[in-house]
Design a protein around this ligand. Structure first.
Ligand code: PGA
Length: 239
């Protein structure tokens, strides 16, 4: 694992966007694994800026997002499909047909088919990840075992509380989601984790110091051969 520390979240965003854009410059039809949440928003803004400046084109790129809330239609204001359109896809030259977000209505078979689609695209070249306060990646919450393929999960109270800020109240946060499995994520050729803010410092410390355990899902990244972790000074403060 290569860990890089930046003075602030905006500098980190420039570095993260440079890494992602670089992958697409080198391989125009690269497959990017993308994440939602607050952390990647400045990175997406920077990618849009690079695209507008003509520094990188996403015309041939393909994307697969980590997860979606169960029961939310793609056009629901809080759906992750809508989030991705508004935060990134509407601002770059990507073909919408090449962008993939799991269906929030997927049963087990359709969810597992997401992994088949990723494999058919040649696998994820770079997977962008945030980290939840409980150590989740995608919506893989602390558990007794590491999950394998894309599947339906129940969200923890911590996660629902953390995401309530996007909804009118915590009661409106869906109780379930569909997420890539830990196995899906670990198959990406390269992983870029980004974490910012003091509230992530303890989780980052637990992830980096181990032990590898499904109780701290992000700890599994220690077993991947090509992981870049980008932290701002606050998220790195307890490291
Ligand atoms: P956040 O979410 O970027 O909004 O903190 C991260 C996550 O839950 O993976």
């Amino acid at each position: 694992m290569n860990v890089y520390i930046y003075p602030d979240a905006q500098t980190l965003a420039v570095a993260a966007a440079a890494l992602l854009a670089g992958a697409v410059i080198e391989k125009p039809d690269a497959v990017l694994g993308l994440a939602t949440g607050s952390t990647p928003v400045p990175t997406y803004r920077e990618l849009a800026r690079l695209n507008k400046a003509g520094a990188v084109s996403f015309a041939k790129a393909r994307t697969f997002n980590l997860d979606e809330y169960a029961g939310l239609a793609p056009d629901h204001p809080q759906s992750y499909r809508r989030f991705m359109n508004e935060q990134l896809f509407d601002h770059i030259d990507i073909d919408p047909a090449n962008t993939h977000v799991p269906s929030g209505f997927a049963g087990d078979a359709e969810a597992a088919d997401y992994d088949v689609q990723i494999a058919a695209a040649g696998g994820v070249d770079v997977q962008l990840l945030g980290i939840g306060h409980d150590g989740h990646i995608g919506f893989n919450e602390p558990d007794d075992t590491f999950s394998r393929t894309t599947h339906r999960v129940e969200l923890t109270d911590i996660t629902r509380q953390a995401n309530a800020r996007f909804f009118d109240s915590v009661d409106e946060v869906p109780t379930h989601a569909v997420t890539m499995g830990i196995g899906t994520i670990m198959q990406a050729k390269r992983i870029l984790m980004i974490a910012t803010g003091r509230d992530k410092a303890e989780t980052v410390r637990a992830m980096l110091r181990g032990p590898v355990s499904p109780r701290m899902p992000a700890s599994v990244l220690a077993l991947h051969r090509d992981v870049t972790v980008m932290l701002d000074a606050e998220a790195a403060s307890l490291r």
